[in-house]
Design a protein around this ligand. Structure first.
Ligand SMILES: Cc1cc2nc3c(=O)[nH]c(=O)nc-3n(C[C@H](O)[C@H](O)[C@H](O)COP(=O)(O)O)c2cc1C
Length: 324
């Protein structure tokens, strides 16, 4: 039995990638993730602002007006985050055999994109762009917002030869069509990102950060969209958010994902969770006599479904609709 999959042009020994988070921020942690079976890692993101600070401070000049608009300039430059990120890539590549995917959080196609070349030179196997603009901009339309995505991708793709993926949200009008259009421009899409959300403390009447970790029920959003778009896309797909068990990985593959990114379940159960998720996957494949992932990838997608209306139905008319 073979659990290999191809993602971003990389051969992965299985479909379990550890997504970008604090656990992928050190060589020691990443070695531990590899030891437990992770097929690849996405490094903790570096932020566009951090790269821009270096750009204005060193590539341009330190007195540049732009610097005045960047928060925490002194603090961050002293931290030397950009150089540290390059070293993290180089050191991780020396220490592990699995693919290492760098990650950048960005909101514009400004000068920071020069840095992607440095990431490539440092040896990253691929680059994941985490793009998000709050979809509430009074001076912009949805079309303006979408254009920013295409501008960033075009600029980054013109700088590097390594594969580029886009980790995106689901806050778009005509989401399915937008995913299709993006898939023509990147090597992979990560569906979907999950955000830090505000919550209210009603006793003190204050705002605080809501659930940092996902719940397993959140996996149904990516599941629907991966299943619905499977067969219409030009890029690979990684499923992300709410994947907490081997069964969840299998569901995402049945929907049509090429790989999965997991984070919360590793925070909650430790790196050993990867091993047990892989055992679940192998047992499933044995039980169904599948020799490879391609034997069942996309089997429950909309294109192959004998009940396509189940994907389109969103309102509960009567609860028994899905029991037919
Ligand atoms: C503590 C923590 C830090 C994270 N940092 C990043 C980050 O730097 N960049 C990023 O793209 N996503 C980051 N994420 C989001 C995760 O990569 C992932 O998209 C999200 O947690 C949903 O996956 P999950 O349900 O498996 O947790 C972070 C998540 C957590 C919990």
């Amino acid at each position: 039995m073979n659990t290999e999959t191809s993602y971003l042009g990389l051969k992965l020994k299985n479909p379990l990638i550890v997504g970008s988070c604090g656990l992928t921020n050190s060589v020691e942690n990443i070695k531990e993730l590899e030891k437990n079976g992770a097929a690849a890692v996405v490094l903790k993101s570096i932020f566009e602002e951090e790269i821009l600070m270096e750009y204005y401070a060193t590539v341009k000049n330190a007195d540049s007006d732009e610097l005045k608009y960047l928060d925490y300039y002194d603090y961050k430059i002293k931290q030397n985050n950009v150089q540290k990120y390059i070293e993290l890539i180089k050191d991780t590549k020396k220490a592990v055999d699995i693919p290492v995917i760098a990650s950048i959080n960005c909101t514009s196609s400004h000068e920071w994109t020069y840095f992607t070349k440095k990431i490539e030179e440092a040896g990253a196997d691929a680059l994941e762009l985490n793009i998000f603009m709050m979809p509430y901009m009074r001076d912009k339309t949805g079309t303006d917002n979408e254009k920013i995505y295409f501008d960033i991708i075009e600029k980054v793709k013109s700088q590097v030869k390594i594969p580029v993926s886009l980790k995106m949200s689901h806050y778009f009008a005509n989401l399915g069509r937008f995913i299709e259009r993006l898939s023509e421009k990147v090597d992979a899409l990560v569906l979907f990102n999950r955000f830090y959300s505000p919550d209210f403390d009603i006793d003190n009447e204050k705002l605080f950060a809501g659930h940092i970790y996902s719940s397993k029920f959140e996996m149904h959003i990516p599941l629907r969209w991966i299943a619905m778009t499977h067969g219409h896309l030009h890029s690979d797909i990684a499923a992300s958010t709410g994947i907490h068990s081997g069964a969840d990985v299998i569901k995402m593959l049945l929907a049509g994902a090429d790989a999965t990114e997991i984070v919360t379940t590793i925070y909650q159960h430790g790196p050993g969770k990867i091993k047990s998720m892989l055992v679940e996957l192998e047992n499933y494949m044995k039980k169904h006599n599948y020799n490879s992932i391609s034997d069942f990838k996309g089997k429950l997608s909309l294109k192959k479904s004998d009940n396509p209306s189940a994907f389109y139905r969103v309102q509960f008319m009567k609860y028994s609709d899905f029991e037919k």
